[in-house]
Ligand binder design. Structure first.
Ligand SMILES: Nc1ncnc2c1ncn2[C@@H]1O[C@H](COP(=O)(O)OP(=O)(O)OP(=O)(O)O)[C@@H](O)[C@H]1O
Ligand SMILES: O=c1ccn([C@@H]2O[C@H](COP(=O)(O)O)[C@@H](O)[C@H]2O)c(=O)[nH]1
Length: 236
């Protein structure tokens, strides 16, 4: 029996590159989709937010003198590209997905309308929320927290490049150790950067737990959904 009926899965955009220097690696996206398919077969309703770090991040544009808000809109459009690629790969694998965008681009994808998203989930379709929150100065982690709260997800699952929340960034500090569980208050106070503070605060206020786990570990998503010991739980 799965531990959760409805989940919001945040997929790392950066991880989509696989071993490539940029963009979307075919084998990687297919592998991610097959892992999602496994949990949908358990009867779990799945909504997805995917990042854009494999294509563009607003801070990168801002750092070379671009207007930050403009750069952030470019970042949001990057997430639309990833969302389209994800939904199309799902289609190829025999799944039904719907992309809903927080920014109006109706010729390309339908707009985000909450009751419609809820309907799709109830019908067993996978909903991919594109364009983040639709606002600059945010990230897709915050979009995951926001949409997760809106759709009544029981948990936000952050599938990322590290296998949990550490005492410090494990990519910079090899002596960092992983938490099995950590409270929102402690994660925020310690300024742990694995998610942005806005996402942590929103989930804390909405009592929406987060599980951080590795996107690279085969079977990890299913283990998380089954409530097995995997990654780090961030709790109230
Ligand atoms: N205390 C910490 N514990 C774990 N990871 C941390 C910590 N502090 C910083 N990090 C870094 O946070 C990264 C994950 O967050 P980040 O938002 O950069 O990636 P993502 O969400 O996977 O990518 P994208 O934004 O493209 O979707 C990890 O790769 C890790 O290096
Ligand atoms: O609500 C949002 C979400 C995202 N952005 C911009 O998009 C990029 C890519 O998202 P990541 O979460 O970093 O993968 C982000 O860097 C922002 O520039 C946004 O402005 N608002």
């Amino acid at each position: 029996m799965p531990a959760h009926k409805r989940i919001l899965l945040k997929l790392s955009g950066e991880a989509l590159m696989g071993d490539d220097a940029y963009g979307i690696n075919r084998a990687t996206i297919v592998r991610m989709v097959r892992e999602i398919q496994e949990v949908t077969k358990l009867g779990v309703e799945v909504a997805v937010v995917i990042g854009g770090g494999n294509i563009f991040r607003g801070v990168a544009g801002g750092s070379v003198g671009m207007d930050r808000a403009t750069a952030d809109y470019m970042g949001m459009l990057a997430t639309v590209m990833n969302s389209l690629a994800l939904a199309d790969t799902m289609r190829q694998e025999g799944m039904t997905a719907r992309v809903m965008s927080a920014i109006a681009i109706e010729q390309v994808v339908e707009p985000y309308v909450r009751p419609k998203a809820l309907q799709y989930l109830e019908e067993g379709k996978i909903v991919v929320f594109a364009a983040g929150t639709g606002n600059p100065f945010f990230t897709t982690d915050t979009a995951a927290a926001l949409r997760g709260a809106e759709i009544g997800a029981e948990i936000v699952l952050k599938a990322t490049k590290v296998d949990g929340v550490y005492t410090a960034d494990p990519k910079k500090d090899p002596s960092a150790t992983r938490y099995a569980r950590i409270s929102f208050d402690e994660a925020i106070t310690k300024n742990l950067q694995v998610l942005d503070a806005t996402a942590f605060a929103l989930c804390r206020d909405q009592k929406l737990p987060i599980k951080v786990f590795s996107i690279f570990k085969p079977g990890a998503l299913k283990r998380v959904v089954m409530g097995e010991d995997e990654g780090t739980l961030v709790h109230v």
